[in-house]
Design a protein around this ligand. Sequence first.
Ligand code: KIV
Ligand code: ZN
Length: 512
Amino acid sequence: MSKRVYIFDTTLRDGEQSPGVSLNTAEKLQIARQLACLGVDIIEAGFPIASPGDLQAVTAIAREVKGVTVAGLARANQQDIDVAWQALKQAEQPRIHTFIATSDIHLQYKLRMNRQEVLEAAAAAVAYARRFTSDVEFSAEDASRSDKDYLCRVLEAVIAAGARVVNIPDTVGYAVPGEYADFIGYIMENTRGIEKVIVSVHCHDDLGLAVANTLAALGAGARQVECTINGIGERAGNASLEEIVMALHTRRDQLGLETAINTREIYRTSRLVSTLTGMVIQPNKAIVGKNAFAHESGIHQDGVLKERTTYEIMKPETVGISHSNLVLGKHSGRHAFKERLTQLGYVLTEEELAKAFTSFKNLADRKKEITDHDLEAIVEEEIRQVPPVYTLDYLHISTGSTVVPTATVGLLKEGQRLEEAACGNGPVDAICRAIDKVTGLSCTLVNWGIRAVTSGKDAIGEVTLKITLDGEKVVVGRGISTDVLEASARAYLNAVNKLLKEGENNHGHDHH
Ligand code: KIV
Ligand code: ZN
């Protein structure tokens, strides 16, 4: 049996179904490009019929991201498949991913169809999808709670209809590893034609077992895994890509399997997804959490200094976490700046470079030692900005324990300076109100969080916040500065600018 495991990334489809997450097309494209750099085999770009925004994003990714299979989700009916194909047809390697539930609970209460009807719908959907492309994947939703013999019959029917990949999801995260491995093993043994297709798994993390179940299924013969960056996804999320990949990498001795992932891109991808979705990574998250490679206890620190492998099973560099060296300072020139960014793996246009260099110089005025993490934060700020309608010209704040917090902001719009002042419950509230007065929008701040990019009193603070205008659509904004209130103002403006941009594009969003 082949040792190669195919990585099917569904960050942009199942991951985007995380509560409170909504990415626009430009953001999805950035993530898709980064997933291609990471070396995933398949990018599930979205669910084209779910909303006009999904359709637009899948179309853009199919057209622009090359060297990787691009999949689009469709229920088992012709209209969904037509729309999915519409979005995918420009892809270099398009895949239609069609699904229908096979458990009795879903048949009875959700689909109101009998087993025979579902089997026929599944086979008909695959046959229909095959008219457009030879790469068709079929998923039996809620497979792990389905009658296993019935599931085998459905899989036989879709294989006969031309499916190339059959996916056996643990949709509700109910399985435990030994049971799930046996389940996959049973399907491998009892489904005619299964040797002609790739068996895939897709595990949810409701019991915290998604990665364990995925690895167990690989042991039983599955060769495609569906996963997301940082494990984001519906409810408790999906199996985390970085955990699966690093388990396979670190324990090759036990598992004996390979992926095509460039592990050094893991950290960068994780940060990008966290920033754009606004989903913060818990510090103790395996592989990509802030503490994943931090040694706190004296005994551990002593051990690592004597010999790294005493307490470290992976090198941080393997997942792309650079040791934050003292790199640049106030006197560093453009050439050194560009050189370091290239070493860090950034490819910037001249215009992006010029903007990033200006931010670097501004930062160098306030902060003596500029580390790799600072540089990453600057570049990410520059390349992720939507062309702004409003930019921050100045900010003045008066606050303290005995005064009413007041903010005065000056914003630039098409070269014109617009100024307003407002009071608030706190300084951040005052800033948001002052900005609202200028823009004429009345946004609600849904949440606000801060992360120190590096350590030290002069560290850059990165504020990520979410705002909403109508109570439904939530937009994420991000801003950095050594001053946390300025970072807040920048983050709020970033979100407002995105909101205004999206208003123009009329981006819809609803899920199945
Ligand atoms: O969890 C699930 O079953 C899914 C399918 C659509 C593959 O997301
Ligand atoms: Zn799922």
